[in-house]
Write a protein that binds this ligand. Structure first.
Ligand code: NAD
Length: 293
């Protein structure tokens, strides 16, 4: 069994992005500028945004967090987004999800200019991505592709089973792995909460991507010998043994699944750190694209 070390890969890729940014800026390019919009006080969202700010500093980007009250109306938030769309200094921005219930996430996503949509959630970017055109690829699926590439994991002709069909993870990674060329050329099965005989289907996967958000859902009897297992899930559970009182669990029962795998990602330290790197990659791409205009 080989452990996929997302922390190590992310650190290496961040160094590459930092070096690329330094030479871009030295040659007169505009320093990439990422803005994160944070609505409300959600603890996990604050942590994620904090990690994104730190990553920006590490790779040499400018960044800013726009903090908004949880009670902000949808139209007020849409005005903030319009302002960021127009702001010539801003290369890319994200609106941290989830949003308070009274705001439509879909309307917010569609209000972001596709050119600044470094999360890659706008339907224009989704459409471009699935037709194989240049696009911002959503960060988590892109991070998974980077891990497969880094470990040179064969994908051509493999049966990839994705569990979870969200627009953020499951659906895009299923699409990307079916694309022509490496890391793609997979035969993909996309499973979800209505899939019949899920265990049997997952057991046929050469590559299994678990992105359903149910802690330790994937057990050893669902995995075939030698499979590659990518665990996207993050569930916070209370823990008496950890300092901060909680621990993170993936969607895979790691201890019993790992011995059967050729490669597996841990939680934490697998896909998680890669997501931020891919956001940095998209932001640098946004800065370059805007200067080329
Ligand atoms: P989501 O809730 O939007 O989607 C979950 C999907 O799983 C749904 O399509 C649903 O049909 C499917 N599902 C739910 N229960 C199922 C079951 N019992 N059997 C089969 N399918 C089932 O979630 P999401 O945003 O895609 O996130 C999934 C998980 O990945 C969460 O734990 C989330 O925290 C984590 N996540 C991690 C990262 C990262 O950087 N590592 C990024 C995004 C999401």
């Amino acid at each position: 069994m080989n452990l996929i070390n997302g922390k190590e890969v992310a650190a290496k890729l961040k160094q590459d992005i930092a070096a690329e940014t330094a030479s871009w800026v030295a040659s007169g390019g505009k320093r990439p500028y990422l803005v994160a919009v944070l609505v409300g006080e959600d603890g996990a969202s604050q942590t994620y945004v904090g990690h994104k700010e730190k990553a920006c500093r590490e790779v040499g980007f400018d960044s800013r967090v726009v903090r908004l009250d949880a009670g902000i109306s949808e139209s007020e938030l849409l005005e903030v987004i319009e302002g960021l769309n127009r702001d010539a200094e801003v290369d890319g921005f994200i609106v941290q999800l989830p949003l308070p219930k009274h705001i439509s996430e879909q309307r917010v996503i569609e209000a972001i200019s596709p050119e600044k949509d470094v999360d890659g959630f706008h339907p224009e970017n989704t459409g471009r991505m699935i037709t194989g055109l240049d696009a911002y690829i959503p960060a988590t699926p892109d991070g998974i592709l980077e891990l497969l590439k880094y470990y040179q994991i064969e994908t051509s002709g493999k049966h990839c089973v994705v569990i979870g069909r969200s627009n953020i993870v499951g659906r895009p990674i299923a699409n990307l792995l079916s694309m022509k060329g490496y890391p793609g050329d997979c035969t993909v099965t996309l499973c979800h909460s209505r899939t019949a005989n899920l265990k049997e289907v997952v057991r046929t996967g050469d590559i299994v991507i678990a992105a359903l958000g149910v802690a330790e859902f994937v057990t050893a009897d669902m995995i075939k010998e030698g499979a590659v297992v990518i665990d996207v899930g993050i569930t916070r559970v209370k823990s008496d043994t950890s300092k901060n009182g909680f621990k993170l669990l993936g969607d895979v029962k790691f201890d019993e699944v790992a011995p059967k795998c050729s490669y597996i990602t841990p939680v934490p330290g697998g896909v998680g750190p890669m997501t931020i790197v891919s956001l940095m990659k998209n932001t640098l791409k946004a800065a370059r694209r805007r200067s080329a205009k």
